[in-house]
Design a protein around this ligand. Structure first.
Ligand SMILES: Nc1ncnc2c1ncn2[C@@H]1O[C@H](COP(=O)(O)OP(=O)(O)O)[C@@H](O)[C@H]1O
Ligand SMILES: [Mg+2]
Length: 467
C-alpha cells in the first residue's frame, strides 16, 4: 500500500464522518481559512490540522506523511512518562492507531489538545522591544530545562516550531508549551533509536552527524535558545533583523558548525552585557567541544546569573585533558591563516598585540624570547632586580606556553583568543619593557639552526620556575 500524501489527508479531514473512528472527531470539523479550506501546518513528516471537536474542544490532528516504524510503541512509552512527570509545559495527546481512513485503509493520527498561542520565533519577533519579557522567558526556559533533566526526559527537537507561548494577562503568567513529541527521549526508550535528529539550526553538529539519541540531546538547544534570548533582550530588533531567516532564532546550522568563523558569533561575543557575553562563550565552547561535554543550562547558572566562561572549566564539565606536551600552534585552525600575514622579525613580544604574535610566539620567536629571559636571569645573582624581573618573565612565558597549548585544542575565534590571551600578553610586554629599562639589551635575531639547538635548553626553564 502506498502511504497517503498531503492531498489525501486534506480531503479526508474535510469529511470527518467517513474518515474518523473517534466520535469526538466524527462530529467535529476542521478549522478553515477565508475560502473555506482547512489549513495544515506542515512540519517535516506531518501535516497538522486545527480541528473543532463535537464537544467544542479544539484539537491538533497530526497526520503522518510517512510511515514511522514503532511509532505507536514510542508514543505509548512517552505517554506513560509524561503522565508520571506531570510537567506544566506538556500537552495531553492520544495516539490513535486507526485514526483516519483513506481509500479504505486506516492510518495513525495523533490527537492533541490545541494550544492557542505564538510559536517561539513569532513571539520573540513581536516582543523585541520588551527586554523584560524576553528575560522572564529566559527564566522559564531555564526552569523547563531543569524539570526535564530531573525527570531524565529530553524533548529531542527544541526549536521555534515546537515551542508555543501562551501569553497571560501579566508578564508573570506567560506560559510555555512544548509540542511535537515524535523525537522525545524517555528512559524506557533508551535502547531504541530515533529517526528524529532535531532542527539543524538548534543542534550540535556531532548529534546530526552521528544520530545521537540520549537524555542529553536537549542541552545544546537549551543553551542556544537561552543565549539567543539574552542577546536579543540587549540587541533587540537590529540584531534580529540581521539574522532572522524565518526558520531560526539567530543561529543557522552553519553558525553552529563553524562558530569560530561565524559573523554572528563574533557579533554576539561583543555584546556589552555580561550574561549575553558569557552565554555566547559557553555556546561556542560547547559547539567546538564534543557532544558529550555540552553543559546543561543548570550547570551554567547560579543565582540566575551566568557563570563566567573560563577556558576548560565549564561548570561540571571536565576540563580538557591530554594537552600535548610539545604544542604546535601552527596546527591550530585559527592560527594557520595568520602565518602568511606574519611580518618576519622581532615584533613580539613588545610589539602591538595581535593574534599573529599570539600564534607565532609558539614558534621560533617564542623560543628565542624565552632564551633571552633565561639568559638575563642566569647572568644576575639572586636578589638582583634583573633576575627578579627575568624570573617573572620566564613564568609568564611558560603560562603563555601552557595556555596556548590548551587553546590549540580549541579552535576559538580570533576575538575569543585575543580576549583570553590579552592580559598575559600585556604582562609579558611590560616585563620586557622593564628588563630593557634595567639595561638588558634587546635580543638579536638568531638563525633557525641556532634556535632549534637552543630550544632544548629553553625547555629546562620549567625547573627554574618551580624554584
Ligand atoms: N497541539 C498543537 N497546538 C497548536 N499548534 C500545533 C500543535 N501541534 C502542532 N501544531 C502546529 O503544527 C506545526 C507542526 O506540528 P509538529 O507536531 O511540530 O509537526 P512536525 O513533527 O512535522 O514538526 C507546529 O509547528 C505548530 O505550528
Ligand atoms: Mg515540529
Amino acid at each position: 500500500m502506498t502511504w497517503p500524501q498531503s492531498q489525501d489527508f486534506n480531503e479526508a479531514i474535510q469529511n470527518p464522518r467517513s474518515s474518523f473512528g473517534d466520535s469526538e472527531l466524527r462530529g467535529g470539523q476542521a478549522a478553515v481559512n477565508t475560502i473555506g479550506m482547512p489549513m495544515p501546518r506542515s512540519g517535516n513528516f506531518a501535516d497538522v490540522y486545527e480541528f473543532h471537536g463535537a464537544s467544542g474542544q479544539k484539537w491538533a490532528i497530526k497526520c503522518f506523511t510517512r510511515h514511522v516504524p514503532g511509532l505507536q510503541d514510542r508514543y505509548a512509552e512517552i505517554s506513560k512518562h509524561l503522565d508520571q512527570a506531570k510537567f506544566p509545559f506538556t500537552v495531553d495527546f492520544s495516539y490513535l492507531a486507526k485514526g483516519i481512513r483513506i481509500r479504505g485503509e486506516c492510518y495513525p493520527i495523533l490527537k492533541m489538545q490545541w494550544v492557542e498561542g505564538f510559536l517561539l520565533n513569532e513571539f520573540v519577533r513581536d516582543n523585541l522591544d520588551r527586554p523584560v519579557l524576553l528575560e522572564s522567558l529566559g527564566q522559564i526556559w531555564a526552569r523547563m530545562a531543569s524539570r526535564l533533566r530531573e525527570a531524565g526526559i529530553a524533548h529531542g527537537d527544541l526549536q521555534h516550531g515546537n515551542v508555543i507561548l501562551v501569553p497571560g494577562s501579566t508578564t508573570s503568567s506567560l506560559a510555555v508549551k512544548l509540542i511535537d513529541y515524535d523525537g522525545m527521549f524517555v528512559p524506557a526508550l533508551a535502547s531504541k533509536k530515533s529517526g528524529e535528529m532535531g532542527h539543524a539550526n538548534y543542534q550540535h553538529p556531532e548529534r546530526l552527524q552521528q544520530g545521537i539519541y540520549s537524555a542529553e540531546v536537549d542541552r545544546l538547544s537549551f543553551l542556544a535558545i537561552a543565549c539567543a534570548l539574552r542577546c536579543l533582550a540587549v540587541g533587540g530588533k537590529t540584531l534580529w533583523d540581521k539574522y532572522d531567516n524565518g526558520d531560526n532564532i539567530l543561529f543557522r546550522e552553519t553558525d553552529l558548525r563553524n562558530p569560530t568563523t561565524s559573523a554572528l558569533f563574533k557579533e554576539l561575543w561583543k555584546i556589552n552585557d555580561p550574561d549575553a557575553h558569557e552565554l555566547t562563550g559557553h555556546l561556542v565552547m560547547a559547539l567546538i567541544g564534543p557532544f558529550g561535554q555540552v553543559p546543561s543550562l543548570q550547570d551554567l547558572l547560579s543565582d540566575d546569573r551566568v557563570r563566567p566562561c573560563i577556558l576548560g572549566a565549564q561548570g561540571n564539565t571536565p576540563a580538557p585533558v591530554a594537552v600535548k606536551t610539545k604544542p604546535h600552534i601552527k596546527a591550530h585552525p585559527i592560527a594557520a591563516p595568520f602565518h602568511s600575514m606574519w611580518a618576519d622579525g622581532w615584533s613580539a613580544p613588545g610589539g602591538q598585540f595581535n593574534m599573529l604574535s599570539a600564534t607565532r610566539l609558539m614558534d621560533t620567536d617564542f623560543a628565542q624570547w624565552r632564551l633571552w629571559g633565561a639568559n638575563a636571569r642566569d647572568r644576575h645573582p639572586e636578589g638582583h632586580p634583573v633576575r627578579e624581573k627575568a624570573l617573572m618573565f620566564c613564568s609568564a612565558m611558560n603560562a603563555w606556553h601552557t595556555t596556548s597549548a590548551i587553546l590549540e585544542r580549541r579552535p576559538l575565534s580570533e576575538e575569543l583568543l585575543e580576549q583570553m590571551l590579552r592580559p598575559l600578553k600585556e604582562s609579558i610586554d611590560s616585563l620586557v619593557a622593564d628588563l630593557m629599562r634595567l639595561g638588558v639589551s634587546p635580543p638579536e635575531k638568531l638563525n633557525d639552526t641556532k634556535v632549534q639547538k637552543n630550544t632544548r635548553r629553553v625547555g629546562s626553564d620549567q625547573n627554574v620556575l618551580r624554584r
